[in-house]
Design a protein around this ligand. Structure first.
Ligand SMILES: Nc1ncnc2c1ncn2[C@@H]1O[C@H](COP(=O)(O)OP(=O)(O)OP(=O)(O)O)[C@@H](O)[C@H]1O
Length: 268
């Protein structure tokens, strides 16, 4: 893969009442192989729309996505998606869920079985391979979702609030796992989150988006993801720049939301 290029993307949704919503306007972004980017921004700033366009689920009104020199024209195995709730196959075992992609590609079990076992070990599910999905906790289900995504060996992993439904402790453990997977696999990862703390920890690049129209507001390059690999994330949060960057971003998003509220109240 020679990089992911988001080239001057705009997205307008036409509404049934004849109006329209400009969900994204002129978004341009280049990611190189192995980049870990988190995306933050107030509700409605187009984060999910952007991810869906990169995934190929939506075609932009203007602009294009290029991955490895090829224009994205729809979904493809080189882009894996992890959702907030695992979107797993409830009736299959953990192992069957992870093996699903390679099986659908027509690979022989003999060829993929070892990798599936390895991935389940990597995400810490070695003792749960034969369990049914409904027997697992939310955190474990997200581990399955990560392993299932990796089993397809995508170049780019797109995560839409992957840890948003988890309790605080499980979420912290999973943040460590995301960092470990990023380092060990060298995949390019884009992760949407509503948590400023999570965005700081899981973004060596952190993108703040602004709404109406959805656009890039500011990008940060941060040391915390690199420092967090294999480390205690609570220690990373003691870095002298962590709190100041968090406060800066919180104020930025707070001000955007105040502005939206002001506009909404003025228009009532
Ligand atoms: N299918 C659609 N039809 C009409 N409008 C849409 C559609 N999808 C998204 N929008 C609008 O586009 C804008 C961006 O939505 P999007 O879901 O991408 O934002 P977001 O930043 O992911 O929000 P949130 O943080 O609340 O999930 C919003 O105003 C939303 O209402």
């Amino acid at each position: 893969m020679s990089g992911l290029h988001i080239k001057d993307i705009s997205m307008r949704f036409d509404l049934p009442n004849g109006g329209s919503v400009q969900a994204l306007q002129n978004v341009t972004l280049d990611l190189k192989e192995g980049d870990l980017m988190s995306v933050l921004g107030p509700s409605g700033c187009g984060k999910t729309t952007l991810l869906n366009i990169v995934a190929g689920f939506l075609a932009p009104t203007e602009g294009e996505i290029e991955l490895g020199g090829k224009t994205v024209k729809g979904p493809g195995a080189e882009r894996g998606m992890v959702f907030q709730q695992g979107a797993l196959f409830e009736w299959m075992s953990v192992r069957e869920n992870v093996a699903f992609g390679p099986k659908m590609k027509g690979e022989k079990e003999f060829d993929y079985a070892e990798n599936v076992d390895h991935l389940l070990d990597v995400v810490g599910l070695q003792d749960f391979k034969e369990k049914a999905i409904y027997e697992l906790s939310g955190g474990m289900q997200q581990r399955v979702a990560l392993a299932r995504c990796l089993a397809n060996d995508p170049d780019v992993i797109l995560m839409d609030e992957p840890l948003g439904a988890l309790d605080a402790l499980t979420r912290e453990k999973m943040q460590g796992l995301v960092l470990k997977l990023w380092k060990e696999t060298g995949k390019t990862i884009i992760l949407i989150t509503h948590s400023v703390e999570e965005a700081l920890l899981l973004g060596e690049r952190l993108l703040v988006m602004a709404p109406r129209p959805g656009r890039i507001h500011k990008e940060y390059r941060l040391p915390f993801a690199e420092l967090g690999v294999g480390a205690d994330l609570r220690e990373v949060k003691k870095h002298p720049d962590y709190n100041s960057t968090r406060e800066e971003i919180l104020s930025m998003i707070w001000n955007m939301e105040e502005e939206i509220m002001g506009r909404t109240e003025a228009s009532v």
